[in-house]
Structures are given as structure tokens and as C-alpha cells.
Unconditional design. Structure first.
Length: 82
């Protein structure tokens, strides 16, 4: 939980400092999407690009859920070996 709080705090400070500018987070390893969800919920000005093999059956549905929840333009996934 402490790590989540730190990530959230940093992203909120960055978006405040950029005065509405976009923040792009590049994530290596999507897993089940918990970090991506945290990043996206930090601010409407945060976008996520995530890299993973996406070889687990739940991963693409998790990406789709985040796209439906936060918008398809806010999260991109790149399939491949990280």
C-alpha cells in the first residue's frame, strides 16, 4: 500500500506541475493490470503504454476493461517479449 501511495502522490504532483499537460507512463510488465489501473486513476491527464507478452488468458480482458473504464486513448498495450 505504501508503494501505491508513493506512485499516486508522484503522479498527482507531476500533473499539477504540468498544469493540465499529459503524463505518459511506460510500464514494463502488465501482469493483471493493477499498476496500470492505479496510474490511470491518479489523474485524467495520465496515459499508460504497457509492454508484456500478454500470454495469460486474463490479460487482454483486463486491458479491455481498463480501456472501457478510462478510455481507449488512455491505455495502449504492446505485445512482445519484454
Amino acid at each position: 500500500q505504501r508503494q501505491s501511495y508513493i506512485f499516486l502522490s508522484i503522479l498527482q504532483q507531476l500533473t499539477t506541475a504540468k498544469k493540465g499537460g499529459r503524463i505518459r507512463v511506460c510500464e514494463t510488465g502488465f501482469g493483471a493490470g493493477h499498476s496500470a489501473a492505479l496510474f490511470l486513476s491518479a489523474s485524467d491527464n495520465v496515459d499508460v503504454i504497457t509492454f508484456d507478452k500478454f500470454d495469460r488468458p486474463y490479460q487482454i480482458p483486463a486491458v479491455r476493461f481498463l480501456q472501457e473504464s478510462f478510455g481507449t486513448n488512455r491505455i495502449q498495450y504492446i505485445k512482445g517479449n519484454t
